[in-house]
Ligand binder design. Structure first.
Ligand SMILES: [Zn+2]
Length: 608
């Protein structure tokens, strides 16, 4: 037994010794670990712990407003809601909750149910929902449905000036038109605030700190006048686009002295509030992106160049017998009765008045390819106009004047085989109307800070002098003759001296050559000739039933011009005709309204 006792105590002693060794080692490891955690890892762990309870809340900047020149709001940002769904929370009630949500926001329930199918992560059901609708959803307190405060872009005038203003995406980024070009100025800079969350992820009230205020976007004031813009859109549709079932139509109204664009419209068009409802093709800003053959409207440039260079005199005449053969090619004149055998001997004024191709070709030959090319270049026909509109284009010649054969020179002198955008041509006519200065067209007048102070003003800028004032004046008078005696008669506006030029050009076919029966008809003019206040261009793409600018475009010019002159209170050149017309139209209008009153009384009576 003693032996046993001895061995037992030895055994215990041994074990005890081992225990001490193990415990000591354990303490050393623990101490090392603590040192590692508290000294080496501390900053990283502290940050990690804080991030679990601290959260950064975005304070979105409000996008700036786009105004017309009279501070009418064309694009505004309003409060709205985004509605999101968390499928994980929905669980078994999914169908019931989503059906109720669909009826609250006015969306087809199957659309939402389909969207929710096989989804586990949260997703948006609707974005930019109106405040009152969002409040209704909020009140319904549907489980798994989040109503989040946001902002939304609204265009109060719908499709008015849609191609100029453009639109934003759902996140409020400008992706078309001036919304895109001036996105940086309009969008501002988001701010943020740091707050603390409790264990359930809810923000603890009063825990906000480190607040950085958002910098709201700047406002933009355009040169556009909505009264003129809406008249342009109305008449362009009624008198050109719809009336002649055209493929497209464009109108531009500019102040020739400043280069300000007062109105610019295209058809087909779209509503920026609901872009998805229109074909993407409707978004094309034809005024700056579409190159077309200007046809006879270009004869004005040829005449300007020849008169400025002194290669022709106003009394020089050119023979026209209806056609001309150059090499193996025959070019024809635009002949209508009573000019079936050509225009006879015509001077430069008559060339414009009757739109004589032979005369324009003869003037082109006197000028030569080099000088004609140089004047077209000076008038801005080979450069982008610089309006800041998205997608501006221009034709850059690959073959310069050196390669023009005679027949090409003749064609270009009367506007064929050369392409321009509507804005380029309107700009060139501004230079003729304002005494020979080529102006940079522009659309943005001012950029304003949020406190209303002016951040930047855009002033009129002359690009270059193209022709002398004397030449410009002469050509303006000749263009007045076009409207009084020539092809431009349908553009006459009672009481005002109007100058302008018709144009019609066959469209290029897909395999070179011309597409049969497809024309671009146009009219470009200005008024009053004595002191031009407006240049107005109307271009109609593929009108059906006519290909004459005088028919498809000049009446639209007339209606826009008449409305704009009255609206701008421009004194008429001929007070007598003006008053007579005004009287007649007023009595006609009162007759119309009395008719309506009678009609109304009748219906009221019949109901009684
Ligand atoms: Zn002729």
């Amino acid at each position: 037994l003693q032996r046993y006792r001895l061995s037992f105590s030895r055994l215990t002693k041994n074990r005890f010794r081992w225990l001490i060794v193990i415990l000591t080692a354990g303490y050393i490891i623990l101490a090392l670990r603590l040192f590692h955690l508290q000294v080496i890892c501390a900053p990283r762990l502290k940050a990690k712990a804080e991030s679990l309870i601290r959260t950064k809340i975005n304070l979105p900047a409000r996008r700036g407003t786009i105004y017309d020149r009279n501070f009418n709001k064309l694009a505004v940002t309003v409060d709205a809601y985004d509605i999101a769904v968390r499928p994980a929370v929905l669980g078994k009630d999914k169908v019931q909750v989503l059906t109720q949500l669909a009826s609250l926001i006015g969306v087809d329930r199957y659309t939402i149910l389909k969207k929710a199918e096989n989804r586990k992560k949260p997703f948006y059901v609707a974005r930019g929902v109106d405040i009152d609708v969002g409040d209704k959803v909020k009140k319904a307190k549907l489980p798994g449905v989040d109503v989040l405060r946001t902002m939304k872009r609204v265009y109060p005038y719908g499709q008015l000036a849609a191609h100029i203003i453009g639109f934003t995406d759902v996140d409020g980024r400008g992706i078309a038109g001036l919304e895109k070009v001036f996105d940086r100025e309009l969008s501002g800079k988001d701010g943020y605030v740091i707050a603390e969350k409790d264990a359930r992820g809810k923000i603890i009230a009063g825990s906000y700190r480190e607040r950085v205020e958002p910098v709201h976007g700047k406002d933009i004031v355009l040169t556009i006048d909505i009264t003129i813009q809406s008249a342009v859109e109305n008449y362009l549709d009624k008198e050109s686009f719809s009336k002649y079932h055209a493929a497209g139509a464009t109108a531009i109204v500019m102040d020739p002295k400043t280069g300000e664009i007062l109105a610019l419209a295209n058809y087909p068009t779209f509503d920026p509030n609901n872009v998805g409802a229109f074909p993407i093709e409707n978004q094309r800003n034809r005024a700056v992106t579409d190159l077309y053959e200007p046809g006879s409207t270009l004869k004005t440039i040829t005449a300007c160049a020849a008169l400025e260079e002194g290669v022709i005199d106003v009394n020089d005449t050119f023979p026209c017998n209806g056609s001309m053969t150059i090499g193996r090619r025959t070019i024809r004149c635009s002949i209508h009765p009573p000019f079936t055998h050509g225009h006879g001997n015509v001077n430069v004024a008559k060339v414009l008045c009757y739109s004589c191709n032979m005369g324009a070709a003869a003037i082109g030959f006197r000028l030569g390819a080099k000088r004609l090319y140089e004047y077209e270049e000076a008038f801005g026909l080979y450069e982008k106009p610089g309006s800041k509109l998205d997608g501006e284009t221009c034709c850059r010649w690959h073959d310069t004047w050196r390669d023009w054969p005679d027949v090409r020179l003749a064609n270009i002198a009367f506007g064929q085989g050369i392409v321009v955008t509507p804005l380029q041509l309107a700009r060139a006519y501004c230079a003729v109307a304002n005494g020979g200065l080529l102006m940079r067209p522009y659309l943005v007048k001012q950029i304003l800070n949020q406190d209303g102070t002016v951040e930047r003003t855009f002033h009129p800028r002359a690009t270059r002098r193209v022709i002398s004032e004397r030449t410009a004046r002469m050509v303006c008078e000749m263009l007045h003759g076009v409207v009084t005696d020539g092809t431009g008669k349908p553009a006459r506006v009672e009481g005002y001296k109007v100058g302008g030029k018709t144009g019609s050009a066959q469209k290029a076919g897909p395999n070179g050559g011309y597409a049969p029966g497809k024309f671009v008809a146009s009219f470009v003019g200005f008024l009053p000739v004595t002191d031009p206040r407006l240049v107005i261009l109307v271009v109609v793409d593929e009108p059906k039933g006519t290909h004459f600018g005088a028919t498809a475009a000049a009446p639209t010019f007339r209606e826009i011009a008449r409305k704009a002159m009255w609206y701008m209170k421009v004194p008429p050149d001929d007070e007598e005709t003006f008053q007579a017309y005004k009287k007649a139209s007023e009595s006609r209008r009162s007759a119309d309204s009395s008719l309506k009153v009678n009609f109304k009384n009748e219906t009221v009576n019949s109901r009684r």
